[in-house]
Design a protein. Structure first.
Length: 142
């Protein structure tokens, strides 16, 4: 078998399952490989004989491609799931942050209300005390 026959058989097998771009990529790879081996002194027949059946090579390429696609699908699914899990964690974290902020604001408002209440309760008493002391001081001077 020569290079062209080898590549034609490989191409006919790969075309059934792979895109034209992938078929061209693999055909170029094997063409370059055969040429390099021939340049290194091996005969075309020896190189092709060592490679084995184009059908077996094609089957392995197709299986590998399908496994890679399945791996990418699994990776993409697990990535999407982990992304969704991170979003849930972030949402939970944000809810906790807002709850803490709301609690702090509530405590500050509560303390201010108590302080103002004390001031308003003490104000009339303080006012009476000031008025009484004024009159006591005024009557003592006369």
């Amino acid at each position: 078998m020569n290079t062209e026959l080898f590549l034609e058989e490989l191409e006919s097998y790969l075309k059934t399952e792979l895109s034209d771009a992938l078929v061209r990529y693999h055909l170029d790879y094997y063409r370059n490989y055969i040429e390099m081996e021939v340049e290194d002194g091996k005969s075309e027949f020896e190189v092709i004989e060592a490679l084995g059946s184009p059908r077996v090579i094609g089957k392995n390429i197709i299986l590998t491609q399908h496994m890679n696609n399945d791996t990418k699908t699994v990776y993409t699914q697990s990535y999407d799931e982990s992304k969704e899990e991170n979003n849930k964690r972030n949402l939970t974290g944000n809810i906790k942050k807002y709850a803490i902020i709301a609690a702090v604001i509530f405590i500050i408002v509560f303390i201010l209300a108590l302080v103002l209440r004390l001031i308003f309760l003490a104000f009339p008493i303080l006012l009476v005390f000031i008025v009484v002391s004024y009159f006591i001081n005024s009557s003592g001077k006369r």
